[in-house]
Design a protein around this ligand. Structure first.
Ligand code: FAD
Length: 484
C-alpha cells in the first residue's frame, strides 16, 4: 500500500497523527504541502503568515529529507492538486489532520469526492486537539456552551484516557524508512513565485518551523509557574507566544498539554501551569463551539444580540479607521493596535481591551473588528478570533456580561501601571509623567509642554468620552434585556 500525507496546519514531522497513521498502515509514504491558490489569492502581497508558512515548509522538507523522504510542494488549488498528485503517485489513500473551519471542511469534502471518483480514500485523523469536537459532551450528550463545565469534563476525560493515549508515538528508524523520496524535478516555489514579497517577519521574535517553536517552548517552561500572574501585563514576558506555532502545527498540542501536566506536578509551578493548560482548553472549546454552532461565523451566538443597532455611516467609518490606525487618543488602545500592525501579534489582555473599546466605546459592530484582526493576526484562527470577539461584545457563549464595560484608562493603570508598554509603541508620550501617560488629555498645559507633546498634533485627543460612550452602550444593549 502506498499513501500520501497532506500537510496543512500541522507543519512538523514529529508527534504527527496523520504521518503516524500513514507510516503505520502503508509500505511507502509520500508527503505533500499545497500552497492553496484559493487561500493565497485573497491575501495582500505582503503577508507575514505566508512568509512564516514558507519558512516552516522549507524546514519541514529539510527534516523529511534527513529522514529519507521529502516534501512535495505545489502551488495550485488544494483539492485539485491533491487528487492530481494522488493519481501521479498511484497512492491508495491520502491522510490529513482534521480541520474544523467551515472553509476547510468544504475543501476536504471536495478533495474527498475527487479522490473517491478515482477509487481512493481521504482519511482525516485527529491531530490539532486532544479531544475531538464531539468527544467532550455533557451528561445529556449535548455540546457545552459554558467553559467551566466543559473544562471539568475535558480534564476528567483526560484522566480517564491518560495523556499518553493521545500521543502519536513514532519510531524514528523503522517508521521513517518507509518515507518515499520525491519524484524528480520537485522543488519549493520561492515566495516571489507564489506572488508574495518579504515582510518584516525576519526582524520579529517569531522564527518559523519546529526549531522556532522549540525555542519558544524552552524559553517559556522556566516561566510557566508565574504564568497565572504575569500573563496579564503586556510589558512583561508573561505568555508563551506560541499561538502562531499552534496555529500552523509546528509543535503538537499533545506535547504542550503533556508539558503543562508535568509542570502541574512540580511544586511552585502548579498554579501557573494549570492556568496555561486552561488556555489550551479554551482553544478546543472554541473549535467545538464553531463546529456545533456554525452560525457564529456570521451572527451572534446568542440570537437576541443580533437585534443590536451598531453605529454606521461616515462617522462610524472614521472612528473605525482611527481604531485600526492606533489614533483613538486612548494610549493603551493605540499602543495595542500599533503592536498588531507592526508585528502581527497582540497581547491577550489588549485584545480584550481593544475589542471592548471598538464595540462598547465606539459602538461599532464586532464583525468589523473581527475582520481586521483576521487580516492582521499571525495567529489568526477563525474559532478563537470569533470566540474572543463575541466574548468582548457580550454576544458569545459564556461571554463578558454586556453591562461590564472596560474603562480603557483604568485598564491601562492596572495592567501597564508604569506605562512601559505604551511608551514602547508611542514614544511621543515618553516624557509625560506616569500618571498622565494613561490619559494625556488630563495633563496640564505645563506637563504637556515639558514633555514636548502638542495634543491634537503629536498625539490625538480622545475620539470619544468614555463615560458618555458607556451610557450610549447601555442603551444600545437594552434591546437584549427586552428580549429576555
Ligand atoms: P498563551 O497565553 O501562552 O496561551 C497559550 C495558547 O492557548 C495560545 O497560544 C492559544 O493557542 C491558546 N489560547 C490562549 N487564550 C486563548 C483564548 N482566549 N481562546 C482560544 N485559545 C486561546 N487566539 C488565537 O490563537 N487566534 C486568534 O485569532 C485569536 N483572536 C483573539 C481575538 C480576541 C478579541 C481575543 C480577546 C482573543 C483572541 N485570541 C486568539 C486568544 C488569545 O488572545 C491568544 O491566543 C493569545 O494572546 C496568544 O498568545 P500566546 O500564544 O502568548 O498565549
Amino acid at each position: 500500500k502506498r499513501s500520501l500525507v497532506w500537510f496543512r496546519r500541522d507543519l512538523r514531522h514529529v508527534d504527527h497523527a496523520a504521518l503516524h497513521e500513514a507510516l503505520t498502515s502503508s509500505r511507502q509514504v509520500y508527503c505533500a504541502f499545497i500552497f492553496d491558490k484559493d487561500i493565497l489569492e485573497r491575501l495582500p502581497a505582503e503577508d507575514r503568515r505566508v512568509e512564516f508558512i514558507h519558512g516552516c515548509v522549507t524546514e519541514l522538507d529539510a527534516a523529511l529529507r534527513a529522514a529519507g523522504g521529502a516534501l512535495i510542494v505545489r502551488h495550485a488549488r488544494g483539492p485539485d492538486a491533491i487528487a492530481q498528485l494522488a493519481r501521479e503517485l498511484q497512492v491508495d489513500a491520502v491522510f490529513a489532520g482534521r480541520d474544523y473551519e467551515p472553509a476547510a471542511c468544504r475543501r476536504d469534502l471536495e478533495a474527498e469526492r475527487a479522490l473517491r471518483a478515482d477509487g481512493r480514500q481521504l482519511r482525516l485523523v485527529k491531530d490539532q486537539v486532544l479531544f475531538e469536537i464531539d468527544e467532550v459532551l455533557s451528561q445529556a450528550g449535548k455540546p457545552f456552551s459554558v467553559f467551566t463545565p466543559y473544562k471539568n469534563a475535558w480534564m476528567k476525560q483526560l484522566e480517564l484516557a491518560g495523556h499518553a493515549a493521545h500521543a502519536a508515538p513514532y519510531d524514528t528508524v523503522s517508521h521513517f524508512r518507509k518515507l518515499a523520496p520525491p519524484p524528480a524535478g520537485e522543488g519549493i516555489p520561492s515566495l516571489a513565485a507564489l506572488g508574495f514579497r518579504p515582510t518584516n517577519l525576519a526582524s520579529l521574535q517569531l522564527k518559523p518551523g519546529m526549531s522556532g517553536a522549540d525555542a519558544l517552548v524552552d524559553d517559556f517552561l522556566p516561566r510557566i509557574g508565574r504564568y497565572d500572574v504575569a500573563r496579564d501585563f503586556p510589558a512583561v514576558k508573561g505568555p508563551s507566544y506560541l499561538s502562531t506555532h499552534l496555529r500552523f502545527g509546528t509543535v503538537s498540542v499533545r506535547r504542550l498539554a503533556g508539558l503543562a501536566l508535568e509542570a502541574m506536578r512540580t511544586p511552585g509551578n502548579a498554579k501557573g501551569a494549570a492556568t496555561w493548560l486552561s488556555e489550551l482548553i479554551w482553544r478546543e472549546f472554541y473549535f467545538m463551539i464553531l463546529h456545533h454552532s456554525p452560525h457564529v461565523a456570521e451572527r451572534a451566538f446568542k440570537p437576541e444580540y443580533d437585534g443590536i443597532r451598531w453605529e454606521s455611516g461616515d462617522v462610524a467609518e472614521e472612528l473605525f479607521q482611527a481604531w485600526c490606525n492606533g489614533r483613538t487618543g486612548y494610549p493603551l488602545v493605540d499602543a495595542a493596535m500599533l503592536q498588531l500592525n507592526q508585528t502581527g501579534y497582540m497581547h491577550n489582555r489588549l485584545r480584550m481591551v481593544t475589542a471592548s473599546f471598538l464595540t462598547k466605546d465606539l459602538g461599532i459592530d464586532w464583525r468589523w473588528g473581527e475582520r481586521y484582526f483576521a487580516e492582521k493576526l499571525n495567529d489568526f484562527d477563525l474559532a478563537a478570533n470569533n470566540g474572543g470577539w463575541q466574548w468582548a461584545s457580550s454576544s458569545g457563549c459564556d461571554a463578558q456580561p454586556y453591562f461590564r464595560i472596560f474603562n480603557p484608562v483604568t485598564q491601562s493603570e492596572k495592567f501597564d501601571a508604569e506605562g512601559k508598554f505604551i511608551r514602547r509603541y508611542l514614544p511621543m508620550l515618553g516624557k509625560l509623567p506616569v500618571k498622565k501617560v494613561h490619559a494625556p488629555w488630563l495633563a496640564s498645559g505645563a506637563e504637556l509642554e515639558a514633555a514636548g507633546v502638542s495634543l491634537g498634533v503629536d498625539y490625538p485627543r480622545p475620539v470619544v468620552a468614555h463615560d458618555e460612550a458607556r451610557e450610549r452602550t447601555l442603551k444600545r444593549y437594552a434591546v437584549v434585556k427586552k428580549v429576555r
